[in-house]
Design a protein around this ligand. Structure first.
Ligand SMILES: Cc1ncc(COP(=O)(O)O)c(C=O)c1O
Length: 505
């Protein structure tokens, strides 16, 4: 299941020795009789905590950090994720005392500064979207989608069109699109893409009906290809009475270049942790903004952040009778929004446009070099220029040399490089999805491509070498199928099961 690491680090529990201490906390100087804790909430046994001295704790975490790969250490071309460098000035601002000592329960008049920042960020993102109303409440792209589709649903319900419960999305769409459709109690109508990776217009025409709630389109799509027929698509859906949702997760390719609102779109989300350089974290804390037009505005989540011009006063508006409700505690991931604000303010409009141009340039340079390597080909519409990312297929490598896309991804780990996204989107075979972002220069991309070339050369001569790579990574091959079927996220339970022979890796 798992080949033992070359450099392994035990879990902190395994390093524990009874009686070791990092430091001794001061005794409680509060009269115990004054602490009224209900009996039912009192601890009955000591917590099982690891016992180590401070140096050991420090070394343990520093070693773990050094084993990690991150965008601060190297190129991270994880297609679909836009793993940008997060400028450190954003961190400094987000960690300033003024920010850290704010409390979400403070009275409005004492937090006018941060409310102004959030309001101005809403305006900036709305301007980039071409849609005037924005919420920052949603903590991820997927929840932005959930929010946007909930607005569409609320609109149809409010206009006595409850039968409109179908969302149309192309088969190239991100897995979160069907998920947010279903979570909103709607049905997904998936339409096929053409051989060039774009939406098949006949399939779209056949899919619309009086049941259509809306179209959900990602543009550029997950193949990194721009949907050039977007205006015609908008017309088809609008004529059928549906609304238009723009998955703006890939906006880094077109930020400042075009505005979905101008193309007839009613609502969209941006992943702040992609286009606007805020950290992704391991599943969070991210953030998405959702922008919409006037017809969907009444349904936005509560509270919205509004501005009273006469009083020069920013405030939380809870008085929104048609709102879909609250989607996040307080007002979303405010510190993430602040980082996005700092990024936009630092770059300005022209700077943002320049990032889009650079992101497209690096992606095209990388995929055009990679497609020349024996084992790869560019998926779908090979002559079409890509936007911010490109999807290669390792089908020739598999067919001719028995080397899979996964094997190649594993081999380049030995060069201290991160693999691209593999096996997504599903409409590509042996997919290798590469997104260098605007951060990478020619030298770095050349080095990356050289590493792939060197490894492919070895693999063509010795397939066994490819099947067992990597040789120097912390963890080598993980049996993904096994771990999905035997999902145990508690270390202690897993250890017990292994010791009792219940799991045989
Ligand atoms: C096209 C697209 N839509 C939606 C999402 C979901 O965003 P998140 O991972 O923030 O939930 C992603 C994520 O990368 C994406 O690429």
């Amino acid at each position: 299941m798992y080949r033992q690491a070359k450099y392994d680090e035990p879990l902190i529990f395994d390093l524990s020795k009874k009686g070791r201490r990092a430091n001794i906390p001061p005794r409680c100087d509060f009269p115990r009789e004054d602490i009224k804790i209900p009996e039912s909430m009192k601890r009955t046994k000591l917590p099982e905590l690891p016992e180590l001295h401070e140096g050991e704790v420090m070394r343990h975490y520093v070693r773990l950090a050094q084993m990690n790969y991150c965008v601060d250490t190297g190129m991270y071309p994880l297609g679909s994720c836009t793993m940008k460098y997060n400028p450190k000035i954003n961190e400094t601002i987000a960690r300033s005392e003024k920010m850290m000592y704010l409390h979400p329960n403070q009275p409005e008049e004492s937090v006018q500064g941060i409310l102004q920042i959030l309001y101005e960020l809403q305006v900036a993102l709305g301007n980039l979207a071409g849609l005037p109303h924005t919420t920052l409440q949603t903590p991820a792209g997927a929840s932005g989608e959930y929010c946007g589709l909930a607005l569409i649903k609320a609109y149809h319900d409010d206009h006595e069109n409850k039968q409109r419960d179908e969302i149309i999305a192309p088969d190239s769409s991100h897995g979160t699109n069907p998920a947010s459709t279903v979570m909103n109690g709607m049905k997904l109508i998936e339409i096929k893409s053409n051989e060039d990776g774009r939406v098949n217009m006949d399939a779209l025409k056949a899919a619309v009906s009086e049941k259509t709630a809306g179209l959900m389109l990602t543009n550029p799509n997950t193949l990194g290809i721009f949907e050039k027929d977007i205006i015609e698509m908008s017309q088809i859906v609008k004529e059928a009475g549906g609304l238009l949702y723009y998955d703006g997760a890939n906006f880094n390719a077109i930020v400042g270049k075009i505005r979905p609102g101008d193309m007839g779109y009613d609502v969209l989300h941006f992943n702040l942790h992609k286009t606007f350089s805020t950290p992704h974290g391991g599943g969070g804390p991210g953030a998405a903004s959702v922008s919409c037009n006037d017809i969907l505005e009444p349904y936005l989540p509560v509270p919205t952040i509004d501005y009273d011009k006469d009083k020069d006063y920013y405030f939380f508006n809870h008085d929104r009778p048609k709102s879909i409700g609250k989607l996040h505690g307080y007002y979303g991931n405010v510190a993430i929004a602040l980082r996005a604000y700092a990024y936009i303010a630092a770059l300005g409009f022209e700077g943002l446009q320049h990032t889009a141009e650079q992101a497209c340039l690096t992606a095209n340079y990388a995929v055009r070099k990679l497609e020349k390597i024996d084992g790869f080909r560019l998926s779908h519409g090979p002559s079409i220029p890509r936007k911010h990312e490109g999807v290669l297929e390792a089908t020739p490598a598999l067919r001719n040399y028995d080397v899979s896309g996964k094997d190649i991804g594993k081999m380049i780990l030995d060069h201290g490089m991160h693999a691209p996204t593999v096996y997504f989107p599903l409409i590509a075979h042996e997919a290798w999805m590469v997104e260098p972002t605007e951060n990478e220069n020619k030298d770095t991309i050349d080095k990356y491509v050289d590493a792939v070339e060197i490894e492919m050369e070895k693999a063509r001569k010795d397939v066994e070498y490819a099947h067992h790579a990597p040789y120097n990574a912390t963890v080598s091959r993980v049996d993904i199928g096994w771990s999905v079927k035997n999902l145990v996220v508690s270390y202690k339970i897993l250890k017990e099961k292994l010791e009792n022979g219940e799991y045989v890796p």
